[in-house]
Design a binder for this molecule. Structure first.
Ligand code: IMP
Length: 428
């Protein structure tokens, strides 16, 4: 029988805890594939009592016998990738097979420099708050058809020609627009050749790999990075990342069609967080935000920045369910809410045109949208030991059921703590 594809996608602004959901379902998956983003992501996985943070490697990399894919839609920072691989080798945890698409684009040193310069020039009001990992400038080159792909690192002549062309332009921009020193061709060329030598054993065709896996009846998991509200098309533009973090990105970013996708799992926290600038309708007041940040350890895995915190936004969550055709939701960090007297959930917005339950990523809409909250009773008990839905306090059950009712899909996994076993499975 032909295998199937499941997708795991962020339903908020990233950092929903996707890594740990991959961990919880990894046993039934044979292939884990990343399809967009780059080292801007920070996936925290706790396995065998040890915490790992991956920026580029798919979370499945810790599992022996799995195949992990970095798809053509990903932008690869070779230094970062080689560092993550080296770390796994040192710990003898390089037990999965890794394939990197030759068509994935390479984040070059000038992309990182330009990311920083562009942010500086945007100024305070327009700053996106990027991770400065060179993501935006690398995707710019991809779309303007001058980017360097992983396969180009394997061919000295092609690399020389493409790098020379790119550096000519980039150096003009760096020196004439940003008043920076031009970069040296020789140094970057040598570095890029070395990347090519080190990465060549992993380079392959991800679309073909997935097709073969499906023909063998295997299950493929698409592992999203960032989240729906950071999607370049469907997110809160321009305060977004430069790739499609929604389901469509999974298809173009790997070279697959939609018919094999049998399950789209959204991941959302029991509250909301956002790193970087941009609209956040349900952002909490300072006192509540500090409380959530402390309880939830809400600091960026990639940049260490404190995350902005707020109440769960069901208007935005329903939107994420819609644009991705999500079939089920994993709700993480429910334990963080223990101890609150009352919990607020945003169920609609008041806008200039009246009340609405429909989200829109447009800034004109979001700038004037005011959240309308429903107040639900909190619970005081520590829920870290709960392993069944029935063992949760009734207020916590009510909270989960309320969310399910509004978004119209079942919550099939609930996170109740940071440890691997601290999950309640309800059919995932
Ligand atoms: P970039 O992806 O580095 O260009 O950053 C663009 C926006 O996306 C910024 O607001 C970042 O904070 C945000 N962002 C990028 N990656 C992540 C992530 O993995 N989690 C949360 N926010 C992210």
């Amino acid at each position: 029988m032909r295998g199937k594809i499941e997708a795991l996608l962020g339903a908020q602004w990233g950092d929903e805890g996707k890594g740990r959901v991959v961990d919880a379902i990894a046993s039934r998956v044979d292939v884990v594939a990343r399809f967009q983003g780059g080292a801007n992501a920070g996936h925290t996985v706790i396995a065998e009592g040890e915490k790992h943070i991956f920026h580029l490697l798919p979370s499945g990399i810790l599992f022996p016998g799995k195949t992990c894919i970095i798809g053509n839609g990903v932008v690869v920072d070779p230094d970062q990738l080689l560092e993550e691989l080296g770390e796994l080798q040192r710990k003898h945890k390089d037990r999965a097979r890794l394939i990197i698409s030759g068509a994935a684009h390479v984040v070059m040193p000038y992309h990182k420099l330009l990311d920083g310069m562009e942010e500086r020039f945007r100024g305070v009001g327009r700053r996106i708050g990027t991770t400065k990992r060179g993501i935006g400038p690398c995707y710019v080159d991809k779309i303007s058809r001058c980017g360097i792909r992983v396969e180009d690192l394997l061919n000295e002549d092609v690399l020389r020609e493409k790098l020379a062309y790119n550096l000519e332009i980039k150096n003009e921009i760096l020196s004439k627009v940003y008043n920076e020193e031009p970069l040296s061709f020789g140094k970057i060329f040598e570095q890029a050749k070395e990347w090519g030598e080190k990465l060549s054993p992993f380079v392959g065709d991800c679309s073909l790999e997935i097709e073969r896996a499906l023909q063998q009846g295997k299950t493929v998991l698409l592992e999203g990075a960032q989240g729906t509200l950071l999607d370049i098309d469907h997110g809160t533009y321009p305060y977004v990342t430069s790739s499609n973090a929604t389901i469509g990105g999974g298809l173009t970013g790997l070279g697959i069609g939609p018919s094999s996708i049998s399950n789209v799992i959204g991941v959302a926290k029991a509250y909301c967080t956002r790193v970087g600038s941009g609209p956040f309708p349900s952002e909490a007041d300072e006192e509540t935000a500090n409380w959530l940040r402390d309880r939830g350890g809400e600091y960026g895995a990639t940049t260490g920045r404190p995350r902005r915190c707020g109440w769960l936004d069901l208007v935005a969550l329903r939107y994420a369910v819609r644009v991705n055709s999500m079939t089920m939701l994993a709700l993480t960090k429910l334990d963080v809410l223990s101890g609150l007297e009352k919990i607020y959930v945003c169920t609609s917005y008041i806008t200039e045109k009246g009340k609405t339950e429909n989200f829109s990523g447009g800034s004109a809409f979001l700038e004037q949208a005011k959240p309308v909250y429903e107040e639900l009773p909190g619970w005081q008990e520590d829920i870290g030991e709960c392993r069944t839905f029935e063992s949760l306090p009734k207020e916590a059950r009510k909270y989960v059921e309320f969310i399910e009712e509004v978004i119209g899909i079942p919550i099939t996994l609930i996170g109740v703590g940071a440890e691997r076993e601290q999950v309640i499975k309800r059919g995932l």
